[in-house]
Every structure is written in structure tokens, then in C-alpha cells.
Design a protein around this ligand. Sequence first.
Ligand code: ADP
Ligand code: MG
Length: 271
Amino acid sequence: MKQTETTSLVLLRHHLKHLRLPTIGAECEKVATRAAADNTDHLAYLLQLTELELLDREKRAAERRLKAARFPTIKTMDTFDFAARPSVNKVLVAELMRCEYIDSRENLLLVGNPGTGKSHLATALAAQACAKGYRVRFFRTTELITSLIEARDERNFLRLKTALAKLDLLVLDELGYVPASKVGAELLFDVISTAYERTSLIVTTNLPFESWTEVLGSERLTGATLDRLTHRCKIIETKGESYRLKDAQTRTRRATIKQPGQTLDGDPIST
Ligand code: ADP
Ligand code: MG
């Protein structure tokens, strides 16, 4: 490479860094060599580079959104076994994966016993929302209540509320595992009311509606919370036994099959 070319490249890299175009900086030489070999004109060369930058930028933004959502574990829809959970409507889930419910500010309620895939479905749907450009945050409900209580007397409260208000989708996982205190229930109600018709909510719970009063304390508050939550809301029931339990049983069964002298159920063969 000639001296002038090297100087130009150093300067170009500097300008691109200043303009925050890192992918163009990293790819320009390689694409230029290919463009020269293919006889590509200048405009097509520039187009290729800007396309690469845009693609990379979108990828980085999606990664940032995924990180900001703070999922405890990443779950995807393609690892969800629909055959094992027939009460979950696959067509409805496919529709939810298109994220139109977020545009129309609708909510989703996932109701079912522990281990039946509620958090898996909620996480997979919310991760899809991140990929599609929505701002998402996942909370265990008790964790959110604790954060709100702790932040209540400080400026952090406003900061937390502002952050929540900016979301497109808020996931409240495990509502009802632990009864909320009076203050906690009121703060949770405040979050749900503020989100009403502004931010979509995905709520997972093991509680049937009639038991919500036990968790939220007052009947008036429960009524008002359910009223907001279930207005324009889709409900998925994950009926049946725990997947973890079933999975563990299948694994035990597989292990015992290998043992000679036993039936498929693991019982010793009677002699
Ligand atoms: P819940 O939130 O209802 O208590 P989880 O979603 O945490 O249940 O599910 C428990 C475990 O079982 C998780 O590891 C989850 O990925 C897995 N699981 C549950 N249901 C299914 C399913 N239908 N297909 C695949 N994995 C499942
Ligand atoms: Mg769960």
C-alpha cells in the first residue's frame, strides 16, 4: 500500500470513529478490495458499507434491549414443547409472537400451577419483543415491590417510575407466590394502573382470580387491579402437572430402563 493510502486510511478510521460508524471502519478495506475485483461503482460500494453498518447497529441495539430486559434465564419459543402442554393454544402463541398486542396495549395473563411453563412462555414472548425493537423489562413481582418500597422515600422512586413508564412491555412474573403487604399491594396497583392502556403487561400467576384478594389484601384493590389487568387481555392457562416433575420422572425412568432385572416403571421384576 502506498504511503498516501495508509495516511488516508488512518484518517478515514479516525473520522469514522468520530462519526460512530465502527462497522464501516472495520469493513471498508475488505469491501473495497472486493469492489475493485468486481468492478463495483462507488455508489454501490457506499451502499454495501452503509447496509453493513445498519445491520450491525440493529444487532447491537437488540443485544442492548435484551440485556436491559434482565431476564433471569433466556428461553425461546422453539424449545417450548407444545405437545406436552395441550392447554396452551399454539395458534394464539404464534399470533402473540408477532407482537401486535404490544402495539394495541393489550395484556397477557398466564395462569397455571408451578412448573407448567408460564415463565418460559413469558420470557420467550418478551425476548421476541426485544428482538422486534420494543423496550422490555422483566421483574419477579416481589422483586419489583421490594424495589418500589425501598425507593419510595428517595429520588430513586421517581427514577424507577420514569423507567417503567418508558417501557413497551412489562413482565410481572410470579404474582401471588408471596402475599404483598398493604403498601406493597398499593404500589403494585399503582404500577398496573399507570401501565393501563400505555404499556402492555405479561403477568404470570399460580392464582385463580378468586384467590387474588388473599395476596393483595383488600377486595376493593383486587377488584380495581383485575379490572385494569383483564380489560383487553388474552389469557393462557397452562393446565396439568409440572414439566420439571415430568421431565425428572422421564429421566429416572430412562435411567432405570438400563438396569437389568427391572420393568419399564422401574419396579423390580417379581420372580
Ligand atoms: P412456571 O413459571 O409455570 O413455574 P417454568 O416456565 O419456570 O414454570 O418451567 C419450569 C421448567 O420447565 C423451565 O426450565 C422450563 O423451561 C421448562 N418447561 C416447562 N414447560 C415446558 C414445555 N412445555 N416445554 C419445554 N420446557 C418446558
Ligand atoms: Mg415461573
